[in-house]
Ligand binder design. Structure first.
Ligand code: CP
Ligand code: NVA
Length: 313
């Protein structure tokens, strides 16, 4: 079941690895899959019929776990879900050996784990596609779904302005990758102490990304078509109280949304904490696109799977 010797599997590790055209094509694929989906029925499009796809979770998940499971079923494939603990990932045997063995059983591996380095190791030794379902460093499936959500609500993302306010984390890093590939202006407001990594910003600027960094959320949302935030404490983070104190001024409330462009939308990858990073009036209000974002994870990931597992020769 593994790919023939010498054929490089189509990994989906970071948006940074893709060209503008490839990202646009993945988003177009997601929109097409959404349009043809018949919820509750298999429909007549089963491009992955008979394939087997493993999902490994070393960290908790609702959206990633369910949307991959449902999406894989809708494409006609079979899903195997294992927890990192169950296979003692990286302890019982090396990541490399796990990748080699799994590649003999399944056609693709989706993995959620904190260590980006270990995910890269998995991709290095797997002979089937490896998909990043979130690491501490990035969350490309989320941002692919976010791009789709933006475009459904507001039209082409080209030339538009996106504001991020709050913590600098994996979702923001994938937005920085997207900004380097798409014609998008990304305005980022974080506390000084939680700024995005210099290496990420240097990379993005060298790749032509239009980034604006500030410590003032109002400066970030000025001129923005979309305001994004995420939880103040991501998986694997400590210093809860320290982070809360620093991040309190970065909450997205209605006053902040009103300072963005008229018609701006609000996005959040979820899970959200009302009263912390976002006020209930915003996430539950008319500008919120969060439920579409959650749904679009399904379509975006189906698009990635179809790209990774069909027409690969
Ligand atoms: N947004 C997201 O990835 O959600 P889960 O952690 O529930 O998968
Ligand atoms: N930044 C969050 C995203 C959760 C989907 C985390 O890493 O916990």
């Amino acid at each position: 079941m593994s790919d023939a010797e010498g054929v490089k599997p189509r990994h989906f590790v970071d948006l940074a690895d893709f060209s503008t055209g490839e990202i646009e094509s993945l988003v177009a694929g997601a929109k097409a899959l959404k349009a043809r989906r018949v919820k509750g029925n298999l429909g007549d499009y089963l491009p992955l019929l008979g394939k087997k796809i493993a999902l490994i979770f070393q960290q908790p998940s609702l959206r990633t776990r369910m949307s991959f499971d449902v999406g894989i079923n809708e494409l006609g494939a079979h899903v195997l879900i294992v927890s990192g603990d169950e296979i003692e990932l990286g302890h019982r045997e090396s990541i490399a050996d796990t990748a080699r063995v799994m590649s003999r059983y399944v056609d693709a591996i989706m993995i959620r784990m904190l260590s980006h380095h270990e995910l890269l190791e998995m991709a290095q030794y797997a002979t089937v596609p490896v998909i990043n379902g979130l690491t501490k460093k990035s969350h490309p499936c989320q941002v692919l779904a976010d791009i789709q959500t933006f475009e459904e609500r507001l039209g082409s993302i080209r030339g538009r302005t996106i504001a991020w306010t709050g913590d600098s984390n994996n979702v923001l890093a994938s937005w920085v990758h997207a900004a380097a590939r798409l014609d998008v202006k990304l305005k980022i407001a974080t506390p000084e102490q939680l700024s995005p990594p210099a290496a990420l910003l240097d990379w993005a600027r060298a790749e032509g990304a239009e980034l604006k960094l500030t410590n003032d959320p109002y400066e970030a949302v000025d001129g923005a078509d979309c305001v994004i935030t995420d939880s103040w404490v991501s998986m694997g983070d400590g210093d809860r109280e320290y982070r809360h104190n620093l991040l309190r001024p970065f909450q997205v409330d209605q006053r902040l949304m009103d300072a963005a462009n008229k018609g701006a939308i609000f996005m959040h990858c979820l899970p959200a904490k009302r009263g912390e990073e976002v006020a209930a009036e915003v996430i539950d209000g008319p500008q919120s696109a969060v439920w579409d974002e959650a749904e679009n994870r399904l379509h975006a990931q189906k698009s990635v799977l179809v790209w990774a597992l069909t027409d690969t020769k």
